[in-house]
Ligand binder design. Structure first.
Ligand SMILES: [Fe+2]
Ligand SMILES: [Fe+2]
Length: 237
């Protein structure tokens, strides 16, 4: 029997998106005017990178993963319709996300309205992703276990990587690797082209410092989170 796809990296991306939107919303909630010259600038830089990552994630889902599942699993149509509708709402939120984060750090913009605007966008995205990712993890990703072999899924994944946007990689590569456990970091690095490995090595320290500067002293409640991978790989078909 063919092995089932290794979906751990995909689930891990969703977990980091979930955690990151929670801690970003909390960071905005805690923001004070005197942090505008330091922490809020880091938070704005981080927010711009995260917007790019999330936009790229949804682009490859819409262009590559979802159409393939739709053609292979007709019964998934309703789930995919709902997920695609969510992506449109996310796109609208991301259209404001980077600017309101920049305004929050900008001393020329009145602080109270800037904070209110940033908080509305941050909590809106957090709450939407919370339910969106639950649906993807529960109703979509397991379809790859049931309807794809490991090599079929890997081919789809390779297509997504090849067709991906090459902008913003100094954020998206270390972000993606930071989402993974040590075992998958090593596996992904081993099969990545040399330029990707070099970029990861070159950017991961700076990325870690950016996250540290943006989220120092930001604590979020993660006690309700389900396991990263919700169920063991079941036999396919
Ligand atoms: Fe997703
Ligand atoms: Fe999605």
């Amino acid at each position: 029997m063919e092995p089932t796809p290794d979906l751990t990296p995909y689930f891990a991306i969703h977990r980091k998106q979930l955690v990151d939107t929670r801690r970003y919303a909390r960071a905005v909630e805690q923001a004070t005017e005197h942090e505008r010259s330091d922490r809020l600038r880091s938070l704005a830089r981080w927010a711009a990178g995260f917007a790019h990552e999330l936009d790229e994630h949804h682009t490859v889902e819409d262009a590559i993963f979802f159409p393939d599942v739709r053609s292979r699993v007709p019964s998934a149509a309703a789930v995919l319709d709902g997920l695609e509708e969510d992506h449109v709402v996310v796109e609208d939120l991301l259209g404001r996300w980077t600017q309101v984060a920049a305004d929050l750090a900008d001393a020329k913009v009145p602080f109270a309205p800037a904070k209110a605007a940033a908080l509305a966008v941050a909590t809106g995205l957090r709450d939407l992703l919370d339910q969106h990712l639950e649906v993807e993890d529960r109703d979509l990703l397991p379809l790859f276990w049931r309807h794809y072999t490991a090599s079929e899924y890997d081919a789809l994944h390779d297509q997504a990587v090849k067709g991906g946007n090459k902008q913003g990689l100094a954020f998206t590569i270390p972000w993606y690797m930071a989402a993974q456990d040590a075992e998958h970091q090593a596996m992904i690095a081993a099969r990545s082209p040399l330029p990707v490995r070099v970029l990861w090595y070159a950017t991961r320290g700076r990325f870690a410092r950016l996250e540290q500067a943006a989220f120092a002293d930001v604590e979020v409640d993660l006690s309700d989170l389900r396991p990263v991978v919700p169920q063991p790989a079941s036999s396919r078909r």
